[in-house]
Design a protein around this ligand. Structure first.
Ligand code: NAD
Length: 420
């Protein structure tokens, strides 16, 4: 069967537009297109079945292309029903990758797409939110037992896999790509921070200066968003359940408060907790009229949009990506990108340079799993590999580092004196 027949995409004719976007991503991805390509030349991926289940856009397509060029049989699907770019899916099929995904497919079709990927019998998965891995554990147990390894992109997905391991249900090695320094220090903070604020401003065409912005969760993502809000003249209000994180937000110079204190004043309300229903049914009536809500966390239900729809007496789409719900007679609550990850479903996703780093980690992780160097359980990438990726990124900017010279190390013998 041809790939067009075995794939489920919106329109193969969109491929030329997709190729242009992937080529633009390639031009700014020295690690994936150079460093990773070189590592994969050892043939470790030759003939291996690799599933890529990450938001299907240009940077992901570049990673899938590089894996396929290294000889892997790649099959791809989106990690969220709202984030797939149809032109990218078409271009990937044109490049020899089987794809099961369409934009805004709805949850039922998305679930079927994930199972179609599972039914190709992947050996290795590059996952996001552990969306494929978790479903294979419950719905395709035999194929799940055959998996040779998973690399995982997100905080939420790593937490799910750790939970699976603690229940004794993880029979293969996992690399927590998210926990690599080269991933979360840059992707979660700078990438999500910039692209979330950028997407909100693009969707609304509004100004950040002078706005009060409630940010739920001051982890890596929350602190990146807060920094970008402040850089544009907004006031970030940190809402946390962890006192240490809240104190960090305070010392970073942001305002800190409880949800009930901050909601009545907030112009924008942004979630980045990694959990569900951080903004729940009882919170909507505390908001001021016209408050705008957006989510940057993995769950589409960080903002309980279902409960909001249930409470609403009226609903309409006011602009592409902006839905208005009327509650309490005439209070307006606006939700961006259906409550899905706003930077991806409602924007262009992370900056290319950031995904170049993240996907270098994912690609190197996949390569190590194929080589069989990763032990059972959930592992962090070898710190030496992490440093190698950082060094390669610096070198792509023409930056070389110094090494410690003899005589620069602290020697405690000088302080201890001769042994008695
Ligand atoms: N949008 C993107 O492109 C993108 C990129 C990276 C990560 N993520 C996702 O963003 C989410 C957060 O990631 P992270 O790396 O910042 O995680 P993290 O664990 O570093 O931070 C999450 C923070 O949320 C706080 N929190 C949890 N529940 C809360 C609640 N109900 N109210 C207030 N605070 C609460 C926690 O105390 C923690 O400090 C995850 O779901 C992750 O997968 C999204």
């Amino acid at each position: 069967m041809s790939l067009i027949n075995s794939s489920r995409i919106a329109d193969p004719e969109l491929a030329p537009e997709g190729h242009r976007s992937i080529e633009w991503a390639r031009r700014h991805s020295p690690l994936v297109d150079g460093f990773l390509r070189d590592r994969l030349k050892d043939g470790a991926l030759e003939g291996r079945r690799v599933a890529v289940v990450v938001h299907l856009e240009a940077k992901t397509a570049l990673l899938a292309t590089v894996l396929a060029d290294a000889g892997a049989q790649v099959v791809a699907a989106g990690s969220n029903p709202h984030s797939t770019r149809d032109e990218i899916a078409a271009a990937l099929v044109d490049r020899g990758v089987e794809v099961h995904s369409t934009r805004d497919s709805g949850y039922d079709a998305w679930e079927k797409d994930l199972m179609a990927v599972a039914d190709t019998g992947p050996e290795l998965i590059i996952d996001d939110g552990a969306e494929l891995t978790i479903r294979m554990a419950s719905q395709r147990p035999a194929a799940f037992q055959e998996l040779k390894g998973v690399t995982e992109q997100t905080t939420t997905g790593v937490a799910r896999l750790v939970e699976l391991e603690s229940r004794g249900r993880l029979p293969f090695p996992v690399l927590a790509a998210n926990d690599a320094a080269c991933k979360h220090l840059f992707d979660n903070k700078y990438g999500t921070g910039q692209s979330t604020v950028q997407a909100i401003l693009n969707l609304t065409n509004m100004l950040m200066a002078g706005k009060d912005v409630a940010i739920l969760g001051y982890g890596w993502v929350g602190r990146g968003i807060a920094a970008h809000v402040r850089a544009l003249g907004g006031t970030a209000w940190v809402i946390e359940i962890d006192p240490v994180k809240a104190l960090e937000g305070f010392m970073d110079g942001h305002r800190v408060g409880s949800l009930s204190d901050v909601l009545p004043r907030a112009d924008f309300i942004l979630t980045a907790t990694g959990g569900r229903r951080a903004v729940a049914r009882h919170h909507f009536s505390m908001m001021k009229d016209g408050a705008i809500l957006a989510n940057a966390g993995h769950h589409d239900l960080e903002i309980d949009v279902e409960a909001l729809a249930d409470e609403a007496s009226d609903f309409r789409t006011v602009r592409p990506g902006i839905d208005e719900y009327k509650i309490n007679n005439n209070q307006s609550v606006l939700v961006l990108a259906n409550g899905a990850l706003v930077n991806i479903a409602g924007g262009l996703g992370h900056p290319i340079e950031i995904m170049d780093l993240s996907f270098a980690v994912q690609g190197v992780g996949c390569h190590e799993l194929a080589r069989g160097t990763v032990p059972q359980g959930v592992n962090v990438i070898d710190p030496l590999l992490d440093s190698e990726i950082a060094r390669a990124k610096l070198s792509s900017h023409g930056i070389l580092l110094d090494v410690k010279e003899p005589g620069q190390a602290d020697i405690i013998d000088d302080l201890l004196g001769p042994e008695a």
